[in-house]
Design a protein around this ligand. Sequence first.
Ligand code: HEM
Length: 404
Amino acid sequence: MTAGTLPALYGEDFAADPGRHYEQLRLQGPLARVEIAPGAEAVLVTDYQAALDVLRDTHTFSKDPRPWPDTIPEDSPVRSVLAYRPSVVFSDGDTHARHRKVIGESLGLLGPHLLQNQVADAAATLIGRFAAAGSADLVTGYARQVPLRVFNTWFGVPDAEGEVLADRLASMFASGADAQSATAELNEMIGALVADRRRRPQRDLTSYFLQHPAGLDDAEAVMQIAVTFSGGYEFTANLIANTLLHMLADPRYDGSVYAGAMTAHEAINEVLWRNPPQSTSSGYYVRYDTTFHGVALEAGQLVLVSYAAANGQSSPGGATDAWGASESAHLAWSAGPHSCPARQPALLIAISAVEQLTSRLCDMRLGRPATTLPWRPGPFQRSLTTLPVHFTPWAPKPPPPAEE
Ligand code: HEM
């Protein structure tokens, strides 16, 4: 098969039902050649054990594309995810460890209590905006807004600029025509923030990155902030939206999130298995000609791990009570040295955001059938564009009058 006749991991047909496409791909064996955008080809890993082997075997697979001929077309939208940048995602060994230490240790300075309060404040403000209307779009009005507000506070981005940043991030991950210009604009905005914090440090993540003993220069800091902000914000927003949809559409809830069949944590865990927010990994490159799980791979071959397909293959039999027991076996956070360094804060934001909403608007119902909801196209993420709901209008009580 040549590119163009390969199975496509993009477009509306794929976005409407990726699970069907993964099943087809699995018939080809643990690895399959796919097209990830017009003219851009990759080998996709759909088998759970093969996925783990790619993610963990740093001797055979590298994250750095630079030694190899660049096969992605110059104007391809997937360049925004795959083109080399000096960030933690594209490095191996000591360079990777240095950048990852800055990110992990800076995130570690954010206390869980503070984080919980930030989410509660953001949730209360946002719910207050639509509660009286009796209907809302939970993607644009809530799932994308809560983490955006939290991330703006963490990094010290003014809310108005944060909206622009979020819009550019969405374009970048949607892998559409404006993905590359969006990425450039994003880096420019973060560059201005870094320059400002060099002059006047504050108590925020941007300053913590700059003050870390690893001594990042400006360019390094911009890249690590961009990847932490972009991946973190985007995937946390997807996780909240996918979980709310799961709760609203699941028959165990009888169409109501209040039926109490499952906690937010359990619903999130099922989503991490069945509908992971990042569906496909960033790039891995084969270091030398080899045979991997029975398939010949040439040096420089671009390999992508489908977290969603691998999860689908190994999910615990669909039995409801099996999900909790095997909570940590899914690949939604990836695995190996490049796995997500922020599971705890990400889970904390998502659980808290879902609980705040479902405890206030407990009779929410989907505004249209779940199967007709639109998803963003593109191979890398699983992201709803809208999630309309109806509920009994509700007005937050005004605060009691101050005592004499
Ligand atoms: C507080 C929110 C989050 C932050 C700050 C964050 C940050 C990061 C960073 C910096 C990396 C790169 C690690 C490396 O290359 O060594 C990463 C990787 C990753 N994160 Fe997160 N993340 C967050 C939330 C999430 C969520 C909600 C998910 C989905 C469940 C997720 C899934 C992943 C995955 C799958 C990778 C591997 C990426 C790849 O394939 O290259 N992250 N994350």
